[in-house]
Design a protein around this ligand. Sequence first.
Ligand SMILES: Cc1ncc(COP(=O)(O)O)c(C=O)c1O
Length: 341
Amino acid sequence: MNPEKIDFYNLGFNFIETKQMFISNFKNGKWDEGKLISFGPFEISPAACILNYGQGIFEGMKALKSKTGDITLFRPNENAKRLNISAKRLLMPCFDEKGFITAVKNVVKANKDYIPPYDSGGALYIRPLMIGDGPILGVSPAEEYKFIIYTVPVGPYFPEGFKAIDLEISKEYTRAAPGGTGFVKTCCNYAGTMKPAKETKSKGFAQIIYLDASNMEYIDEVGTANFFAFIDNKLTTPKLKGTILPGITRKSVLEIANTNLGIETEERDISYKELFKESCSEAFCTGTAAVITPIGSITTDNEKRVFNNGEPGDLTKKLYDLLTGIQRLDIEDKYGWVEKI
Ligand SMILES: Cc1ncc(COP(=O)(O)O)c(C=O)c1O
């Protein structure tokens, strides 16, 4: 789409085609050097491993424009590392981490006319994607792969201001089981969450809080975001135990809460029952898309807990201002997380 035709002040989170994408092919045991090409379709064998057995992994990140016009990325080395953790779990070839960051920067530069302006609150969403495209019949890894990076301009998560969302705890669906693939960003983890998400949305909830598959008691995560609650004045989040995606926003929030706001943090199992007690004062979820999203209420099959009259909590707002301030370079980045392109 011609960038001049895009209304950057009214974007949602929908696919819009940009100009260029990066593509690298893995053949005969190695990646080629990769190149930027026009965004567009490519041919794929119907027997490709990704099409038949879902051998695909991806990442999600954002390029932002600062007030002074700099183009920035947030902790891209963490996405590079996580991609390779996903690759190893799915027996896919790793991609050089420095090469990943260079390719991401080149794709962003090639699509710089699509980065929403600072005052729109939007971002250029970046989608690195690796697929097993070699043909296969038995269930085993492909021998050929593609690594692609494309971009999409997206609007702010809160177009009408910072608002709390209502969530439902599912006692019916689970997202990941011990020993499975919940801790990596593989395509097949997401297909199964579409039906639960559709059903909960039809009931008026924004998303589902998934419980652990073994006990149906401890919180895993929220759709495509990690879960946090202030319990006994501690910022508490489910510990990583193989069923939860280790979010980069999660890791950053734990660090800024502790080192910037002096809040005690804890990673442990959280029973959903704790959310219905007075000792739990605020809750929110985190992610590249969700940034920090306050939770206004949590509902189970027989109970509802409303936090702070459905308004964002004070500590949640403080963390949001701090994180987005650092990401947008409005606040000094003393952590060295923001990389200028
Ligand atoms: C299942 C899931 N959990 C959590 C997250 C948040 O991770 P991050 O903060 O790295 O975007 C995401 C999004 O990437 C996700 O898909």
